[in-house]
Write a protein that binds this ligand. Structure first.
Ligand SMILES: C[S@@+](CC[C@H](N)C(=O)[O-])C[C@H]1O[C@@H](n2cnc3c(N)ncnc32)[C@H](O)[C@@H]1O
Length: 456
C-alpha cells in the first residue's frame, strides 16, 4: 500500500523504534469483527448458533473476529434478525469504555451508521434512554434502520447539529459518546479511499470540526457525568492535543484514561479512545421537563387490542411487550412507545422519537418492522400466529432467505388463519406475514429486503 510521505514522516516521529513494526502491519490482512447484540442473544449463544468459526475480541465480551475471506456474515438470516452487528474490532472499545448502566440517559452525538449506538442500546438493556444523532441526513436514516433491526426500543434518532441539540438537552445526559469525524488514518488498511483523501490540511480541518463538536458537549452533560471521545486516527492534533485544548478550557473536567489501539500491537485497526469525567462542582441541575402526553384514544387502544388478540390470543398482550418508564402515543397515524424521560423535541429534526409500534390504517393497527424486531424474547415465543423458519439446514435457510427477499412465503401446508403472523427464524423475529385465503402473504418491507442477485 502506498502511503503519503508526510504521513509516514509523522508516524516515524510518533513511533520511533516501533515504526518498522507499524509499517509491516500494512502487509497483514485487516481484522474483521462482529458483535453479539445483547438485546437478542448472549455471546455464548450466538457463538453456538453461528455456522462459522469465530474468536473472541479481548476488549469486548460480546465481540468476535471472523475470517472475512471465507464468510459473509451479512448474508445470513440471523443478521436480518438483528442477532449481531458487523463492526471493526477496535470500534468496539469506545462503548465499552463509556459503559452505560441500564436506566441511564446516553447521547451518541456522531452516531451513524450506528455500530456504537447499537452497542450502547444493548448496554442499556431496554431501560433509560439513548439519543442517537448524526448531522448527515442519509446517514441518519441508515442509523435508524440499524437501531430498528437490532431492537433498540428506547432510542431516539435525530439529524441535528450539536448546538441545536444542546438547546433542548441542557444538563440532560449521564453519558455522552463523541465518536468524532476524523482523518481516518487508522482505517487506511480497511478503506484505501481514506489514503487518497488524506493531507495535512485535512488533519487540520478535522481537528477544527472536532473542536467545534466538543464545544457543545459540556452543556448537555449532567454534573458529574462522563464523556468518551474517540477517533479512528493517529494524529495527535485530533487526539491528545484536541483533548488538551478541551481540558484547558474546561477545568471542571478530568481525563480519566485513554487508549490507543495500534494495528501492530492488537488485532484491529487504529483507534484512539479517551474518557473524561466531569468533577461535580455544583448540585444537580434540573433536567428539562418532559411534556405531558395525552392518554391513548380508546379507538387506538381497541386497534392494538384487536391486533394482540389476533397474534397472541390475548387483547392485553401488547402492554406486556412495552419497556418500563414510558407511554404509548399516537401521532398522525403513527403509534409509538416513548420514554417518559424525553423532553419536548419541538424544533429538532427527529427521525424517530421512540419505538414505532405500527400505523393506523382505516382504524386498524398495522404492525411495523420495528415492532417485530423489538419484541422481547417471551413475546416472540408466545405468539400463537407465528410462521417459523430454521436456518439450521439448507432448505430451511433458503426458505427464510426467500421470505427476506419478499418472495412467496414457503411455509408448511396448513390452512393459515387470517390476520397477522409473526415470522421468526429459530425463535428470533424477522418480520410479518398476513394470512388470507389460507395462504401467507409476505409483508417484509421493500426497504429491508435481501438484495436481488445475492446468494442465499
Ligand atoms: C466516525 S463516524 C461515526 C461512526 C459511528 N459512531 C458508528 O459507530 O457507526 C462520524 C460521524 O459523525 C458525523 N458528523 C460529522 N460532523 C458532525 C457534527 N457536527 N455533528 C454530528 N455528527 C457529525 C458524520 O456524518 C459521521 O457519520
Amino acid at each position: 500500500m502506498k502511503l503519503p510521505q508526510a504521513f509516514l514522516e509523522k508516524m516515524q516521529d510518533l513511533l520511533g523504534g516501533e515504526f518498522a513494526a507499524f509499517l509491516q502491519s500494512y502487509e497483514l490482512p485487516r481484522a474483521a469483527g462482529l458483535r453479539a447484540n445483547s438485546l437478542k442473544v448472549t455471546a455464548a449463544k450466538l457463538r453456538a448458533l453461528l455456522p462459522f468459526a469465530v474468536e473472541p475480541v479481548p476488549w469486548c465480551p460480546d465481540g468476535f473476529y471472523y475470517d472475512d475471506a471465507a464468510v459473509r456474515p451479512a448474508k445470513h438470516p440471523y443478521f436480518y434478525a438483528g442477532l449481531y452487528y458487523i463492526q471493526e474490532p477496535s470500534a468496539m472499545l469506545p462503548a465499552q469504555m463509556l459503559a452505560p448502566q441500564p436506566g441511564e440517559r446516553v447521547l451518541d452525538l456522531c452516531a451513524a451508521p450506528g455500530g456504537k449506538s447499537v452497542q450502547l442500546a444493548g448496554q442499556l438493556a431496554r431501560q433509560g434512554l439513548l439519543v442517537a444523532n448524526d448531522i448527515h441526513p442519509q446517514r441518519a436514516k441508515a442509523l435508524l434502520k440499524n437501531l430498528e433491526r437490532c431492537g433498540a426500543v428506547n432510542a431516539v434518532v435525530c439529524n441535528e447539529t450539536p448546538d441545536r441539540l444542546a438547546r433542548v438537552f441542557a444538563g440532560f445526559f449521564d453519558k455522552i459518546l463523541v465518536d468524532a469525524p476524523c482523518s481516518g488514518e487508522g482505517m487506511f488498511r480497511k478503506d484505501p479511499d481514506m489514503v487518497r483523501t488524506w493531507s495535512e490540511q485535512a488533519v487540520a480541518k478535522y481537528a477544527a470540526w472536532q473542536a467545534d463538536i466538543l464545544r457543545h458537549v459540556p452543556a448537555m452533560l449532567r454534573p458529574g457525568g462522563t464523556v468518551v471521545y474517540s477517533t479512528c486516527t493517529f494524529s495527535p492534533e485530533e487526539n491528545e492535543k484536541q483533548l488538551g485544548r478541551f481540558l484547558a478550557g474546561h477545568p471542571d473536567f478530568a481525563l480519566e484514561g485513554s487508549e490507543r489501539l495500534w494495528p501492530h500491537k492488537v488485532r484491529g485497526e487504529g483507534h484512539f479512545v479517551a474518557k473524561l469525567v466531569h468533577r461535580q462542582t455544583s448540585g444537580d441541575e434540573p433536567v428539562p421537563a418532559s411534556p405531558r402526553r395525552p392518554p391513548l384514544a380508546p379507538a387506538v387502544r381497541q386497534a392494538l387490542a384487536d391486533f394482540a388478540r389476533q397474534v397472541w390470543g390475548q387483547a392485553d398482550a401488547w402492554e406486556a411487550w412495552l419497556p418500563e418508564g414510558g407511554t404509548v402515543v399516537e401521532r398522525a397515524g403513527h403509534v409509538l412507545w416513548e420514554s417518559a424521560a424525553l423532553p419536548g423535541l419541538k424544533g429538532l429534526r427527529i427521525l424517530r422519537s421512540g419505538w414505532l409500534l405500527g400505523t393506523l390504517e382505516k382504524g386498524r393497527f398495522r404492525p411495523s418492522q420495528a415492532l417485530a424486531l423489538g419484541l422481547p424474547e417471551p413475546a416472540v415465543a408466545e405468539a400463537r400466529q407465528r410462521c417459523d423458519f430454521t436456518a439450521r439446514d439448507e432448505a430451511g435457510r433458503y426458505a427464510a432467505v426467500r421470505y427476506l427477499r419478499g418472495e412467496t412465503v414457503q411455509a408448511d401446508e396448513r390452512d393459515w388463519p387470517a390476520g397477522w403472523h409473526l415470522v421468526a427464524v429459530d425463535g428470533f423475529a424477522l418480520g410479518w406475514a398476513k394470512g388470507a385465503g389460507g395462504w401467507l402473504k409476505n409483508e417484509y418491507p421493500p426497504g429491508w429486503r435481501w438484495e436481488d442477485g445475492e446468494e442465499g
